[in-house]
Design a binder for this molecule. Structure first.
Ligand code: KG4
Ligand code: ZN
Length: 340
């Protein structure tokens, strides 16, 4: 079979990153992410501001992606865009933009599921990483989702377990907020935890059966314990910030890794990947690798630039849709709550 070297544009606008990437075959030619820093002033993503910012920056982001890849827009063979899940107003900007491009260029339109794209980022060709073998399991952890997914092929995936309340990224961000850290707090907790003692504080872990997760109890446990400690010592958080970050991070990572081990045992699948924003977490990368390798399971960790939201993952996921002739027409619309 000859190699498919078609050029795909990947457009992502599901939350607070406006991203465009150019993919040729399985190689990324450019991957531009314009992150909306404005939300840090509000302690979380403000949907109205997010969609306005996408509208303002999407064209510039496309121009940058085309310039960097040295590709002319006429050379693009298909346009892939995130259809959901995400913030409706944000998704609609990307979808409308992609529809316009598809209409003008007369090229196929591909509607990509954001969570599946996080997983498929593992198939971007890269000299330093190998792609997982099918079937494999994937822990998909982002700001809005936490799932264990069985991946049989690029277009056949099944959710084996998911969070029944908050997502892992949300747990990081909400804990960070309680510690007085700005949004998004996940990366900051990771950074501060480097110099902290993860065994100094313990927080209650949920007892959820099977492969589901829960993080809302942990949030309440952190809230009440911090209240009590601050009552005894008003500068408790400042005095113990690194140790608090390390202990909270360890609790979240332990909850995630325990379920990874359980799902591998239950399915007897020997390949396991992680994906999504939280897969950038340094402790998760270490503990996940150690725990699963110890059980004879091969692990796959994404490059940092493909963990958090990006257009490259949308382009590669679009490539698999194109290969399977799964295209959209102009009547297609964004779906905020789509699952899989
Ligand atoms: O996948 P993503 O970029 O967006 C969504 O699809 O939600 O994930 C964003 C989430 C945020 O909650 C952010 O705090 C978290 O990923 N995150 C991290 C790290 N980097 C990003 N959480 C913990 N440690 C990190 N290093
Ligand atoms: Zn994401």
């Amino acid at each position: 079979m000859t190699e498919d070297t078609r050029i795909i544009l990947g457009i992502e606008s599901s939350c607070d990153d406006t991203a465009v990437s150019v993919l040729k075959g399985k190689t990324i030619l450019s991957n531009i992410v314009s992150s909306q820093l404005i939300h840090a002033n509000y302690g979380g993503v403000v949907p109205e501001l997010a969609s306005r910012n996408h509208q303002e920056f999407i064209w510039l982001t496309l121009e940058k992606a085309l310039n960097e890849s040295a590709i002319n827009i006429d050379q693009v063979d298909a346009i892939a865009v995130t259809k959901g899940p995400g913030l409706l107003g944000s998704l609609m900007v990307g979808v409308s933009f992609a529809k316009g491009l598809s209409l003008v260029l007369k090229k196929p339109l591909l509607g990509v599921n954001h969570m599946k794209a996080h997983i498929l980022a593992h198939f971007i060709e890269d000299a330093n990483t190998t792609s997982p073998e099918f079937p494999f399991l994937c822990l998909t952890v982002s700001g809005g989702h936490t799932q264990i997914v069985k991946v049989d092929s690029p277009i056949a995936m099944t959710i084996l377990g998911k969070t029944i309340d908050d997502a892992a990224g949300e747990a990081f961000d909400k804990a960070a907020k309680m510690l007085g850290l700005p949004y998004p707090g996940g990366p900051l907790i990771d950074k501060l935890a480097q110099s902290g003692n993860s065994l100094k504080f313990t927080f209650s872990k949920p007892k959820i059966k099977d492969l589901d997760f829960s993080f809302s109890g942990l949030k309440t446990s952190i809230l009440y314990q911090l209240k009590k400690w601050k009552n005894d010592n008003p500068s408790f958080i400042e005095d113990n910030l690194a140790d608090l970050c390390a202990s909270i991070q360890k609790t979240i990572v332990d909850i995630l890794v325990e379920k990874c081990v359980l799902s591998a045992q239950q399915t007897n699948i020997k390949h396991f990947a992680i994906a999504g924003g939280v897969s950038a977490n340094s402790l998760l990368r270490q503990e996940f690798t150690a725990a699963l390798n110890n059980k004879g399971i091969k692990t796959y960790i994404p490059k940092f630039e493909y963990c958090t939201d990006n257009g490259a993952m949308i382009a590669i996921a679009g490539k698999f849709l194109l290969e399977n002739n799964i295209t959209e027409d102009q009547g297609f619309s964004a779906q905020a709550r789509i699952i899989f």
